[in-house]
Design a protein around this ligand. Structure first.
Ligand code: R5P
Length: 290
């Protein structure tokens, strides 16, 4: 039986109401509690920024350089990331459930590098995403691509399922090989993605006019690292993107293809979370590499 002895009447009702806290992520204040809680597992609530470690490349590339053995290359990096972007296969086989990170689950797929990449379908059922405790779903959007409408439909399907279950969707703007990667294109692709319900959008940094991409997009933007370049250059790009309004990076090859991935990830964190300049971050990289 419940203990009913000494039930005390409350008496402490005075004082002003606690101030409402603003949700730090652009355009997300109106989302439901579960959606904001999940977004807070991707973006650090202290500064609203994120360093996502992307290693989902195998879903269409197979074991690309740096990802031959996820257990050896990625597992040691996990503690340094805010969030992990990966497939459910990588998650179940390699990532321990006690990792404590926001999982951004790859949720589209189909064609390999041998075929037309824009011909994707949704690749995860929403109940499996719930079972995996995904903090977000990631879907490729091929604006201007051969299967543009189909990929946009993948986005809206996942957004509908995510709104029902409280899981935000990351739209990944995918640019075809023969398409121009400029601010005009990324304004179009990121804005379409946000208008159709993405909670955050991944795009590439461009030297001219990136600030117009971030300002015209009503939700946070994170940048992909892109192909491997010198560490100093990748840190400069990350720095510029943050200065021009990005809310973080979703970086893969420039971390796991570095000769010193842990040092590189620490330097990227320095840029995103600690305001290090590219020169300071590169110094940190060099110090940690030796
Ligand atoms: C690309 O297909 C994947 O979504 C990657 O996660 C994304 O491109 C980020 O990786 P990287 O920094 O290597 O471009």
């Amino acid at each position: 039986m419940a203990d009913l002895d000494d039930l005390r009447e409350g008496t402490d009702y005075s004082g002003p109401a606690a101030a409402a806290t603003d949700f730090p992520l652009k355009g997300q204040s109106g989302q439901d509690w579960g959606m904001r809680a999940r977004l807070s597992r991707v973006f650090d609530p202290a500064d609203g920024k994120t360093v996502m470690l992307a290693f989902d490349h195998g879903y269409f590339q197979g074991p690309t350089s740096g990802l031959e053995r996820l257990d050896r290359s990625i597992l040691p990096l996990v503690p340094q990331a805010d969030a992990l972007m990966c497939t459910r296969g990588a998650l179940r086989t390699t990532i321990p459930p006690q990792n404590g990170k926001g999982i951004v689950l790859r949720a589209s797929g189909g064609p390999s590098v041998l075929k037309e990449l824009s011909d994707e379908e949704t690749a995860v059922a929403i109940d499996d995403a719930v079972r995996l405790d995904a903090a977000a779903l990631a879907v490729q959007v091929f604006v201007g691509g051969e299967h543009e409408t189909k990929s946009v439909k993948n986005l809206t399907t996942l957004v509908d399922q995510g709104q029902r279950t409280g899981i935000p969707v990351l739209a990944v703007t995918a640019v075809g090989r023969d398409m121009v990667r400029d601010a005009r294109y990324f304004r179009l692709a990121t804005r379409i993605s946000a208008e159709l319900g993405a909670a955050f959008v991944k795009t590439y940094y461009v030297e001219d006019g990136f600030e117009t991409v971030t300002s015209a997009c009503p939700v946070p933007i994170v940048i992909a690292g892109g192909k491997k370049v010198e560490e100093e250059e990748a840190l400069r790009v990350a720095y510029q993107a943050i200065q021009e309004g990005a809310a973080g990076v979703d970086m893969g090859r420039n971390v796991f293809q570095s000769e010193h991935p842990a040092a590189m990830l620490a330097a990227v964190r320095g840029v995103v979370h600690d305001g290090l300049t590219p020169a300071e971050a590169f110094d940190l990289f060099e110090t940690l590499s030796h």
